[in-house]
Design a protein around this ligand. Structure first.
Ligand code: 13P
Length: 236
């Protein structure tokens, strides 16, 4: 299982040190733990986890490979900072920065070229779900993002937009339907995580679902006891 923590734009150096130490000292699992801190915290998290089986990733990378793009960080720089992973296409990037599937496709190619594993986020809005467009939307996202991208070099996170930060977790049957669809789309060659209001109370049930290879956790990953409980999920 993959248990991933998206810290989003949270934590100072001091807070990150305290959180990562609590997590590292209380992990009792063979699950793969991935931490996605802000760029400024990557080195700190890397140092504290170097002896452990915790991997570090960035929350985004540039759509360009290098050059005059003030404020951007390239895939090569992410790799060079010690990361093995990068989140791409998170719904907050799509919403606040108008990121498109075409840009995510370009970023995924650059990430793979830099030997990073992209964790690619897809998912429908509430409006799209209500109007029965979920599978259509997922298909359109996959078609564009995965043009000339080797899916087996990536991980997918199914994160329904309406479930992120809202406390509304998707129902088991909703998760199963979309995960089955994605699994079939790639003939079983890709790992699929669920994200959206995952917490220490619902994680075991979600992790036990068919075609769920792990979870991507936001809010609950900032609280050591909650994240440890989620991360220590028994191996299947
Ligand atoms: P929450 O777990 O806070 O809903 O966030 C999910 C998320 O966006 C992970 O990338």
């Amino acid at each position: 299982m993959i248990i991933a923590a998206n810290w989003k734009m949270n934590l100072t150096q001091k807070q990150a040190v305290s959180l990562i130490n609590s997590i590292a000292n209380n992990l009792n699992t063979k699950n793969n733990i991935l931490i996605f801190p802000s760029f400024t915290l990557i080195e700190t998290v890397k140092k504290l986890t170097s002896q452990k089986t915790i991997f570090v990733g960035a929350q985004d990378c540039s759509v360009n490979s290098s050059g005059a793009y003030t404020g951007e960080v390239s895939a090569e720089q992410v790799k060079d900072s010690g990361c093995n992973y990068v989140i791409l296409g998170h719904s907050e990037r799509r919403k606040y920065h108008n990121e498109t599937d075409l840009q995510i496709n370009k970023k995924a190619k650059l990430a793979i070229k830099s030997d990073l594993t992209p964790l690619i986020c897809i998912g429908e809005t509430l409006e799209q779900r209500k109007t029965n467009q979920t599978i259509k939307v997922i298909k359109a996202q996959l078609d564009e993002i995965y043009t000339e991208v080797d899916a087996s070099r990536t991980i997918i996170a199914y994160e329904p937009v309406w479930a992120i930060g809202t406390g509304l977790t998707a129902k088991n049957e909703e998760i199963i339907e979309v995960h089955n669809y994605i699994n079939d789309y790639f003939s079983g060659k890709v790992r699929i995580l669920y994200g959206g209001s995952v917490n220490e109370q619902n994680s075991d049930e979600i992790l036990a679902l068919k075609n769920v290879s792990g979870v991507l956790v936001g809010g609950a990953s900032l609280v050591a006891e909650k994240f440890i409980k989620i991360a220590n999920f028994l191996q299947k």
